[in-house]
Design a protein around this ligand. Structure first.
Ligand code: M6R
Length: 600
């Protein structure tokens, strides 16, 4: 949530680094953008409401010249998304500029203290207290002033600070990701890797409670107590092409098309014949219970994981919203495996859930996409998705890889426990990329179906068993990118309430795989049809009974139940995509959302 980029050493820091980096980070928030640069005339700050192009197109921005700068793209937390509340924030004298991700929880108390001392505030944000605190403590050493300020701060922060007269950028983190990019006589700071990828692939992940000073050709890192620390330099594996749209109209569309390759990558080196090899640090025989924690789409993948893991391994599984788990004093112990699922690896609630689980002695495992992310570094062991960067705010390929990885994990645990697994499952996993290609090849049909439905204002998504979470995910995808109200329900639960809403204006999307629930789901379809409800069916069965009931049928390949959610979800992604784009919505940046939710 919110993106930070900064650099020291570039001659044209504004366009080459700051604007370019902000564009790469827009998926993190797009309410407003701003930058601050140290020029020969002192500190210059420009902020604009709206997208980065507003900032880029501004004449003032283009006149700024300097080689030390920081910039920010904002997803509003405290204060409405206007120019004044945009970052960077400055002190009373206009010499210090701060960009910040996270939330200063005690900002009101700090603000009152500073106001009483005579500081004049301009914005409604929590971040501005940081600029005034640094001003209060500054004598002749920016790093020292920032350290003293942060000692007073409660909450989460990833910050970058510059000041007139200081040839460096001071950065620090607690709870919000910060990486340092190491270039040739240039250093970078960013909230995440895509922002610096055009300049360097060498990065250092700052840990919580660390502070760094970046100079043109060197850097120092200390903990907040002043002790020097040495962090390894890592090489980013993602390429520039992977973070470009590559000819697609949207990142979301590109990422949907990437799913066959993404799944192939998630499987690579981990499956051979019927055997699965994962490097995890727990012994399956010691695990008596599994708890999955996640948010949003990752939580839906977790729900599917419960069906898979329980059915295949016999170990009881519960799935929890990370935001609830973290606060309800959960009962977990050393025989509990807590699995955190997260694309970004930075979701604040999921991270807090992992820390809580660790505190209570549980074993933790991450199913994460972003290498080097905070959660991936906190868990005892992890299985990376290798889905490649997911930039579109709506999660698509990550979901497919998360479910794929959960199937791998279930096979892995079964092998450990000497439990037999149907060979069909491993075989179908290997065939999955090809099968998804077939579904994607049928997208024109889904597009033409979507045209019939784009004017509807409410949808119901219905599925049973392992495909009930697919209904939830289909509804979430439609909601978040088209702003159309949609609800996911277990098909059998429909007659306990939602059926009251059925009329010709409320279409239902049924996930109807060829499994034990097929006939029952047909009965539910009949109940909808009897009330003149429109029906779109996703199915792997060419059956007259179904085609008579459904207004539109989308056929998908038949696969074992454990794999079916991945296949069934693909048409739902396309349906949501085509409905949303027909409404003219920028699906990569839907309103009010941000890609990684690093605040509570
Ligand atoms: O990065 P994470 O997987 O932890 O993110 C969790 C959710 O914020 C995320 O899945 C969100 O629901 C997406 N916008 C869904 O498309």
């Amino acid at each position: 949530m919110c993106g930070i980029i900064g650099s020291i050493g570039h001659k044209k820091v504004v366009n080459d680094v700051l604007i370019h980096g902000l564009k790469r980070l827009e998926y993190r928030g797009y309410d407003s953008a701003g930058l601050a640069v140290l020029t020969t005339d002192g500190l210059k700050v420009v902020k604009r409401k709206g997208k980065v192009t507003e900032l880029e197109g501004d004449q003032t921005t283009q006149k700024i010249d300097g080689n030390i700068g920081i910039a920010h793209t904002r997803w509003a937390t405290h204060g409405e998304p206007n120019e004044i509340n945009s970052h960077p924030h400055t002190d009373c004298a206009g010499k210090i500029a701060v960009v910040h991700n996270g939330i200063i929880e005690n900002f009101y108390a700090l603000k009152m203290m500073l106001v009483n001392e005579g500081h004049k505030f301009k914005s409604e944000t929590d971040t501005e207290v940081l600029a005034h605190l640094v001003e209060k403590f500054y004598k002749d050493d920016l790093e020292e002033a920032v350290t003293r300020s942060l000692k007073l701060v409660e909450g989460a922060f990833g910050i970058a600070v510059i000041r007139e007269g200081e040839d460096r950028i001071v950065v620090a983190r607690r709870g919000s990701p910060i990486i340092l990019g190491v270039g040739h006589k240039k250093m970078y700071v960013a909230s995440d890797a895509p922002a610096v990828l055009a300049h360097t692939k060498k990065v250092i992940y700052l840990n919580d409670n660390e502070i760094a000073s970046l100079y043109e050709d060197s850097y120092t890192i200390k903990d907040l107590k002043g002790k020097k620390v040495v962090n390894d330099i890592h090489e980013i594996k993602w390429s520039l092409e992977e973070i470009e749209k590559g000819g697609f109209e949207h990142f979301m569309l590109k990422e949907m098309h990437e799913q066959p390759d993404a799944i192939a990558n998630a499987l690579r080196g981990r499956i051979s014949g019927e055997k699965v090899k994962l490097t995890v640090r727990f012994k399956s025989k010691n695990i008596k219970r599994i708890v999955i924690v996640a948010c949003g789409t990752s939580w839906h993948a977790g729900l599917i994981g419960r069906y898979i893991l329980e059915k295949m391994t016999g170990i009881p599984v519960s799935v929890e919203y990370a935001s609830e788990f973290r606060y309800r004093d959960p009962i977990v112990d050393s025989r509990t495996l807590v699995i955190a699922i997260s694309q970004s690896g930075e979701t604040a609630d999921t991270l807090a859930a992992v820390l809580e689980a660790k505190r209570k002695g549980a074993k933790t495992l991450g199913i994460i996409n972003t290498v080097g992310s905070t959660i991936s570094r906190e868990v005892d062991s992890g299985v990376f998705l290798h889905a490649g960067p997911e930039i579109g705010v709506a999660s698509t390929k990550a979901f497919s890889c998360q479910v794929t990885t959960l199937v791998l994990l279930a096979i892995h645990i079964c092998q450990d426990l000497d439990k037999s697994v149907s060979p069909d499952i491993a075989q179908s996993l290997v065939k999955l990329p090809g099968l998804i290609r077939e579904v994607i090849a049928d997208r024109k049909k889904i597009q033409s179906i979507s045209k019939k439905y784009q004017k509807y204002t409410d949808f119901l998504y219905l599925g049973r068993g392992i495909n009930f979470p697919v209904a939830l995910e289909g509804a979430l995808k439609l909601k978040e990118i088209s702003y159309i109200h949609a609800e996911g329900y277990p098909a059998g639960e429909m007659k306990h309430g939602p059926i009251a809403m059925i009329d010709p204006n409320l279409p239902s999307v049924f996930i109807t795989p060829d499994d034990d629930s097929y006939e029952k789901t047909l009965s539910n379809m009949q109940e909808i049809k009897a009330r003149q409800g429109k029906i779109i069916a996703i199915t792997s069965i060419e059956d007259e009974k179904l085609t008579k009931l459904a207004d539109d049928v989308i056929l998908v390949p038949n696969v074992p139940a454990e794999i079916s959610p991945i296949i069934n979800n693909i048409p739902l992604q396309f349906l949501a995509y085509y409905i949303a784009t027909a409404k003219g919505i920028n699906v990569d940046q839907p309103r009010n959302l941000a890609k990684s939710v690093t605040v509570e």
